[in-house]
Design a protein around this ligand. Sequence first.
Ligand code: ZN
Length: 292
Amino acid sequence: MLLGGIEAGGTKMVCAVADEKGNIYNRITIPTTTPDETIGKMVDYFLGKDIEALGIGCFGPINLNKNSYTYGCITKTPKEGWSDVDMLTPFKKALNVPVGFDTDVNAAILGEVRFGNAKDCDNAIYITIGTGIGVGVYINGGLLHGLLHPEAGHILIKPRGDDTYEGCCPFHKSCFEGLASGPSIEKRWGRPAYELYDNEQVWGLEAYYIAQAIADYIFTYSPEKIILWGGVMHNKKLYNLVYKKVSDFLGEYIEHNVVNYIDTYIVKPGLGDNSGIIGATQLGFNELKCIS
Ligand code: ZN
């Protein structure tokens, strides 16, 4: 069976054809320009590829309410020209196959649950820390949507006492994304994260915020596995700093063995940078098989 997948981002669109076991046969990357041009190029890519279903993991916020007139649309986004864009109808019309639709991070955790380091978990989360912070949530064997969809990158967390930076989130200033995303590191310290690899102060503070957020996710979602990734996590030293701090924030309140083996509990993605695109093809599989 061939499945199409789109990892739709604000700067690029990754399109791929894979089988139902997650093996990618073909892929291209298309720059995100205007909606008409970008969607047109993606439709052209999939025409003639014989896919049985398509899945789209999309940057947000997006409308996931299947009872809404605007289901499948991007809602209000700072990305110029992309607010209210219908991401579903052009593909349904042109390809005449079922099309699954979810957030980019929900696609990523689905990929990890099916084929990666959260394989066979019923409860797992995928955290990406880069230009923004996003969290995909898989709960009780399905992707979590709820009222809209989780925006767990914007949880409000406690700034460390000595951190005077106000935070860069345009909506909340000092939310998780406002304090710990790549841009927040650059604005706080005056240089991009990759130029600060040897500065222990930078990464101690970064780990403080990431660990605090992870403790909150453990308390609320009770995940069996936590996948931690994104551009900021390319600094490999950060994982160990996060492990130590998570234990501090949990305060011995969570009595479970995973806490004693935290480096196997909070891990990198098994699919590397392919979690999102493989997960997107699985969104298509879910739609074809009517799996919610
Ligand atoms: Zn925010």
